[in-house]
Ligand binder design. Structure first.
Ligand SMILES: Nc1ncnc2c1ncn2[C@@H]1O[C@H](COP(=O)(O)OP(=O)(O)OP(=O)(O)O)[C@@H](O)[C@H]1O
Ligand SMILES: [Mg+2]
Length: 268
C-alpha cells in the first residue's frame, strides 16, 4: 500500500487538483484508491461531489469513530474520507494530545486493501500536515511555476528531514510536480528548468494551465470524466503513468542518496 501525502504550505499550488485527479485516474487504472481530505477547507468533497458522509475525518480523529463508518465509496475502486470545517476543531484538539504527531497514524492503522492512500493536506505545515507526514511513506510536492516558484520547497524538505530524524521515520519526497505551467511564459519555463536542473531525479513532467481543470470541480467531476481529451487530462494521465511506473522501478536509490536529495532540497 503506497501512502502518499500531497503537501505544500503555499496555497493554491494545485494540491487538491492533484489529489483528486491522481486518485481518480489511478482508480480508473484498476488501482484501489482511498483519498483522504485533511484540509479544513474541505475541497475534496466538492471536487468529487460526494455529498456529506455521516462520519468524517473529525469523527475519526476526535471521536474515535470506526474507520469503516468514515469511508465513503465513490466509484468502483475509489473511496474517500471527507472533511468539513470541523477539522479546525480537530486540529486544536490534536494540539492538546500526548503523541499528537502520530494520532492519525494510529487511527489509520486498520486500513488495508488499498493500493494507494492519497492525503490532500492543508496549506500549512501545522499539526495536520505533520500527522499526514507521519502516516505516509511518500510525499508529492506540487510546485506552481507561475510565481515565486521554488520558494516553499525548502520548508517542506526541512520538515520532512526533521520528522525523519526525530521520529525515526522514513518518508521520502518521491515527486515534485510543476503545476500551472504556461510554456509561453518565460518565468514559467525558467522555474521548470530550475526544478529540472536541481531535482531531475524526482521532477515530473509539468501540469499545464488548463481551464478544464478549473471547471471540472464545479461539476463535481475529475478531469477524466469531465473532459478526457483536455490537456489537463493528458498531463495528469502522464503523471499517473509515471506514479505507476515507480511501483516497478528497482529501488536503486538507497538511503544515502535519499538524504543527499533532502540536503539539496533544504539548501535550495
Ligand atoms: N493546471 C491548472 N490549470 C488551471 N487551473 C488550475 C490548475 N491546477 C489547479 N487549478 C485551479 O487553481 C486553483 C487552486 O488549485 P487547488 O485548489 O488544487 O490548489 P491547492 O494547493 O489545493 O490550494 P489550497 O492550498 O487552498 O488547498 C483551483 O481553482 C484549481 O481549479
Ligand atoms: Mg487544497
Amino acid at each position: 500500500m503506497r501512502k502518499i501525502c500531497i503537501i505544500n504550505q503555499k496555497g493554491g499550488v494545485g494540491k487538491t487538483t492533484t489529489s483528486v485527479n491522481i486518485g481518480s485516474g489511478l482508480s480508473r487504472m484498476n488501482k484501489k484508491v482511498l483519498i483522504i481530505d485533511l484540509d479544513p477547507q474541505a475541497h475534496i468533497a466538492t471536487c468529487l461531489s460526494s455529498g456529506s458522509a455521516t462520519k468524517d475525518m473529525y469523527s475519526l480523529i476526535v471521536e474515535s469513530a470506526d474507520i469503516k463508518e468514515c469511508v465513503k465509496p465513490l466509484g468502483k475502486n475509489l473511496d474517500i474520507i471527507s472533511s468539513d470545517e470541523d477539522l479546525l476543531e480537530a486540529e486544536k484538539w490534536l494540539l492538546g494530545q500526548k503523541s499528537k504527531e502520530t494520532i492519525l497514524k494510529k487511527k489509520l492503522q486498520a486500513l488495508s486493501g488499498y493500493d494507494y492512500v492519497i492525503i490532500d493536506c492543508p496549506p500549512s505545515l501545522g499539526i495536520l500536515t505533520t500527522n499526514a507526514l507521519m502516516y505516509a511513506n511518500e510525499a508529492f510536492i506540487p510546485v506552481s511555476t507561475d510565481f515565486l516558484g521554488m520558494s516553499g520547497l525548502k520548508a517542506v524538505a526541512r520538515l520532512v528531514r526533521d520528522i525523519n530524524k526525530e521520529y525515526d521515520h522514513s518518508i521520502r519526497i518521491t515527486k515534485i510536480i510543476p503545476t500551472m505551467y504556461d510554456m509561453r511564459s518565460k518565468h514559467s519555463t525558467q522555474v521548470l528548468n530550475e526544478l529540472k536542473n536541481e531535482f531531475y531525479e524526482i521532477v515530473s513532467d509539468p501540469i499545464r494551465i488548463n481551464t478544464k481543470l478549473k471547471e471540472a470541480p464545479k461539476y463535481g467531476k475529475s478531469i477524466f470524466s469531465y473532459d478526457k481529451n483536455s490537456r489537463g487530462a493528458k498531463d495528469y494521465q502522464k503523471l499517473i503513468n509515471s506514479v505507476i511506473y515507480d511501483e516497478k522501478r528497482v529501488k536503486v536509490d538507497d538511503e544515502q542518496s535519499e538524504s543527499a536529495l533532502l540536503k539539496k532540497l533544504v539548501a535550495a
